[in-house]
Design a protein around this ligand. Structure first.
Ligand code: CA
Length: 228
């Protein structure tokens, strides 16, 4: 039986989540503030944590960052407020595995939890890496080997998106949607311009070929180390 920690200060919502999860056969503990939530997560081995962001005592970002800093890799599903895109990004940057926007359907919470439990417990550092290319989204720093590479905000966002797809082919349209907002109606070829700039910064000076063009209109990030 999977054991879930719910950290949520809205008592009615916390009780509803607990009841729903228990009906599904999960064992559930509830913490009503961030300090108590972190204490629980450090004391007991949970299979997943549902973590609200706005909490008294210590917010969800801090709780998640503290757990990761303590090498506690329990999967975290963060609850974010509606229309807070920044919170979603920050949730992932602080080491959360997924987020759910409030208000949500309970069936969606269950589905996300099942997905997290399937993935299981493994070390997932918040730093993204492919070969000698490392990106630290929280600190907004990029390194190729020991060399720090300066990237603009947009370049960084594109590289981060490619890294998060871990070797899958990503279409220009997908990059547009994720890095620019949905309302952007520019020329998709702008993506090519940025890819060229990125290659000039993170690949060419180092003899690497990590950003691959895939025929049919996409890109893929590979380790792309220089041939020896
Ligand atoms: Ca709250």
């Amino acid at each position: 039986m999977a054991r879930i920690l719910v950290v949520e200060d809205e008592t009615r919502l916390a009780a509803a989540i607990r009841r729903g999860l228990e009906i599904e056969g999960y064992a559930v503990d509830v913490a009503l503030d961030g300090v108590d939530g972190q204490w629980h997560a450090e004391q007991a081995a949970y299979d997943a944590i549902v973590l609200d962001i706005m909490l008294p005592g210590r917010d969800g970002f801090a709780v998640c960052a503290n757990l990761r800093a303590a090498s506690i890799w329990t999967p975290v599903l963060m609850l974010t407020a509606r229309d807070a895109k920044k919170d979603e990004v920050r949730a992932l940057d602080t080491g959360a595995d997924d987020y759910l926007v409030k208000p949500f359907a309970f069936s969606v919470l269950l589905a996300r939890l099942r997905a997290l439990l399937r993935r299981g417990l493994k070390e997932r550092p918040a730093v993204l890496q492919a070969g000698s290319l490392r990106l630290d989204p929280a600190a907004h720093r990029c390194h190729r080997g020991e060399v720090e590479v300066e990237l603009t905000g947009r370049e960084f966002a594109i590289l981060e998106f490619l890294l998060r797809q871990s070797g899958d082919v990503v279409s220009k349209a997908a990059i547009m949607e994720n890095v620019w907002d949905f309302a952007f109606e520019g020329d998709p070829n702008i993506v090519e311009v940025y890819i060229r700039r990125l290659r000039k910064k993170v690949d060419e000076p180092f003899g690497c070929h990590s950003i691959e063009t895939v025929r049919g209109g996409g890109y893929r990030l590979a380790a792309g180390e220089p041939r020896t």
